[in-house]
Design a protein around this ligand. Sequence first.
Ligand code: SF4
Ligand code: FES
Length: 239
Amino acid sequence: MDTERDTGGVPAEPVTTPGVVRGDRVHTFRAPGITVTWSRTRCTHAAECVMHLPTVFEPGRRPWVDASQASADAIARVVTRCPTGSLHFERSDGGEPEATPAVNTVFVSRHGPLHLRGDIEVRDEDGSVLLRDTRVALCRCGRSRTKPLCDNSHQAERFREPGAITSPERVEDPGADEPGLRVVPRHNGPLELSGAFAISGADGKVMLAGTRTKLCRCGTSGAKPFCDGSHKKLPGYGE
Ligand code: SF4
Ligand code: FES
């Protein structure tokens, strides 16, 4: 079998490789035609991969990813379902790379994180890139140990929030200079979004388009998914 595991390394800063979060260790699994990479830090065990391709993605087996067990096309399709961006692939058989969605989307999940897709860049307050990817899951319960990323702590913490869009006036549209969506997690504050995006809620009732907003990441806003300033009563919740 031409598959290997635990061959990743910690990327140098700043991050330039799509899908690699700064300081993360990425595991590489090779097979003819395709190489799959997996970030343990970014995996929330949502199991999209396991459900759709259990012969390739089998928790408990070592290595848990065996990319020789399905066609490169099938693996590529399932990898792009991974909502957190933990999984990525590189084709060596001439197959198409993952396409960047034309529209940047933010999906507010029920009792769970914010799922972003598109041309997404997460930056520190000082402007350095933490993560650039087509798929990102961001914490909105305030409990993740890998903020601003989701680490599934919302489950253990029993975060209950239906994911409906309220307060639509909190989405602004001053225009965007570039096609990408930039996300800045403010210290002890919200996620600031700038760039064109469409945001929708878990109930599917509302979709709003805009180019600027602030999303709650402390879990206490009364105007979720938007920030209403409630974080000021919670000093030190962020990172
Ligand atoms: S789909 Fe992504 S986040 Fe979910 S278990 Fe697989 S690798 Fe982890
Ligand atoms: S980040 Fe939660 S209210 Fe501002």
